[in-house]
Design a protein around this ligand. Structure first.
Ligand code: OXD
Ligand code: MN
Length: 583
């Protein structure tokens, strides 16, 4: 196979010349191709079959132990002007960026097959979708892209028709962390990634295209590319509201996106559209509509069990690629928090010895088609997407943020989103309780200067008066002894019901300097073992603590200098004044 599109053919020829592969394979996206690649990888030891009776069509890949996560310090945005990348990104000039990685790509595919993967982010016939082509020397990337994107012949046909595509060049190189770079060239709509086979660094449709490059395009074209799950909440009388939620990585987006409502809320159903990325566009009526550009989940495995995420636990029982989990003696996948079985071999393939650390890598992953999810929403494939009633931000805050609150208006909501942060835990930092600022949960993913990004968010009320309401949730509030106050997981549905009631103007709220909070008793706690005092604590705000937080955020904004939009400063100062008055 080749292509009728000259610029694509020319680029493939240039890459062939540079990287020197032994063979070129244009991916069709067929099942036969997938099965052949799975068989080839088993033959070379890249993949091994798991227990096929218990886990049909499930396979295990073990990464190089130095290549198990995204590498933010090796991820660059290459723009002519450093200010355009902003303090939120590592920067290199495009000339330096190309020179640095092209030297590493030189001959990198010798002895290997080069795969050309045409893909479409979003429903194949949606005007909101965007296509790309990833060239890679990793068959593991190809099979993962088959699950995570619409890939192969149909996207190639769309690319040839439209003549437009994002160029993504990837090679695992020699997996040496010293020769690992993830480079983005937003002005050229291209990506070059070398030295890593890990999902976020290597499946270029995901973070590189659908967030970093897409966020840049979205600003130019007037839409938003966000690190958000999308879910539908169907009420007992059959009305469905869609919400989009942005939480930093590892704050439970996948669990929330497919939660099962508690028995005490009979008749409610959840429909999952996406667990990681949302592309949001204003439609002709001025409503914000969302599509999920992905078609699968690349989720964290540890902690997944029948209680925390029953839908995910079911969906990864078949047709799943596991990466860096442990195995039992029966060759079943095993991970910490599975609550079933014992590990026999760890994520490095060694006989399990607790002295070597965890059996499954804490960032071990499942790759699975969205259609495997029992709560899959067919509208995930709808070209027009779904209308969004609420945008929900969240972070991991032990003390500060209440269980839920609502922003006063869109501009205040932009401040709420921009101030998203999570406190570091003992597991990931020497200093516990430090705030890691993660505006809109996009710190690792915004492809341009955050100050310009906030300006873009603030431009939406000029274009429509039908914007969704904005909320903030915190599932992680703790008492003085460090115990979580809120049960989380399926019970989070109770908070989502309050959010829907607010969107429908069915319920009042308490006005405070930080936003609107639920009145006592307005969050349904029936059949939940939680005292009225605990609920009050969960919904309390400490004005002095908020004042410190607001000041801290003001200092953070200073780091972005004169580009910070005036309206965001004004919001921060307005809240500061209200807090001062309340003190
Ligand atoms: C992430 C992910 O790191 O989704 O955010 O993998
Ligand atoms: Mn993510």
């Amino acid at each position: 196979m080749t292509t009728s599109l000259p610029p694509l053919q020319q680029w493939v020829d240039e890459v062939t010349e540079l990287t020197n592969p032994d063979r070129i394979h244009w991916c069709t996206g067929s099942e036969v191709e997938y099965e052949q690649l799975i068989a080839d990888m088993q033959a070379t030891g890249t993949l091994s079959a798991l227990n096929q009776d218990e886990y049909p069509n499930c396979y295990l890949h073990l990464s190089d132990p130095t290549d198990v996560a995204r590498v933010e310090h090796l991820t660059y945005v290459c723009t002519e002007n450093k200010e355009d990348a902003g303090p939120n990104n590592n920067w290199m000039s495009p000339a330096d960026g190309h020179a640095k990685v092209d030297a590493l790509f030189d001959g990198a595919m010798r002895g290997r097959t080069m795969y050309v993967i045409p893909y479409c982010m979003g429903p194949i016939d949606s005007p909101y979708s965007r296509c790309g082509v990833e060239i890679t020397d990793s068959p593991y990337v190809v099979v993962n892209m088959k699950i995570m994107t619409r890939m192969g012949a149909a996207p190639l046909e769309r690319i040839e028709r439209e003549g437009k595509f994002i160029k993504g060049l990837h090679s695992t190189g020699d997996l040496d962390p010293e020769r690992r770079f993830i480079m983005h060239f937003p002005d050229e709509l291209s990506i070059k990634s070398i030295g890593s086979g890990y999902g976020g660094n290597a499946l270029l449709g995901k973070k590189c295209h659908a967030l970093r490059i897409a966020s840049f395009q979205a600003r130019e074209e007037g839409w938003l590319a966000e690190h958000m799950l999308i879910m539908g909440l169907e009420s007992p009388d059959g009305e469905t509201h869609y919400i989009a939620c942005a939480f930093p990585s590892a704050c439970g987006k996948t669990n929330l996106a497919m939660l099962i409502p508690p028995h005490s809320l009979p008749g409610w159903k959840i429909w999952t559209l996406g667990d990681d990325i949302a592309w949001l566009h204003l439609d002709e009526d001025g409503r914000l509509r969302a599509i999920n550009p992905e078609s699968g989940y690349f989720g964290v495995v540890p902690g997944t069990n029948a209680k925390t995420n029953p839908n995910a636990f079911d969906m990864i029982r078949h047709d799943t690629i596991f990466t860096n989990v442990a195995r039992t003696t029966d060759n079943e996948p095993w991970w910490e928090g599975k609550k079933d079985g014992e590990p026999a071999f760890d994520w490095q393939g060694r006989e399990y010895d607790p002295a070597d650390g965890k059996a499954a890598h804490p960032n071990s992953r499942f790759t699975v088609a969205a259609t495997n999810n029992p709560s899959y929403s067919k509208l995930a494939d709808a070209p027009e997407g779904v209308p969004i009633s609420a945008i929900v931000f969240g972070g991991r805050r032990a003390r500060l943020a209440p269980l839920v609150y609502e922003a006063k208006d869109w501009n205040h909501g932009v401040l709420v989103g921009a101030s998203v942060g999570s406190e570091t835990t003992a597991a990931d930092a020497a200093e516990v309780g430090v705030i890691r600022r993660d505006p809109m949960a996009m710190k690792p993913f915004c492809g341009y200067n955050f100050a310009d990004y906030w300006t873009h968010w603030l431009s939406f009320p000029d274009r429509t008066d039908k914007l969704p309401r904005i909320f903030h949730v915190n599932w992680f509030r703790q008492d003085g002894e460090g115990n979580f106050l809120w049960p989380g997981f399926g019970e989070n549905m109770r908070v989502l019901c309050w959010i829907i009631d607010r969107c429908e103007n069915r319920i009042g709220a308490k006005e405070t300097p930080v936003g609107y909070l639920p009145e006592d008793g307005d969050i349904d706690t029936s059949e939940l073992d939680i005292s009225a005092a605990t609920m009050r604590e969960l919904l309390s705000i400490d004005i002095a603590h908020w004042k410190k937080e607001n000041d801290h955020f003001g200092e953070y904004l200073d780091g972005f200098g004169a580009r910070v939009p005036e309206a965001l400063r004004a919001e921060q100062q307005r809240v500061a004044e209200e807090l001062n008055q309340a003190l």
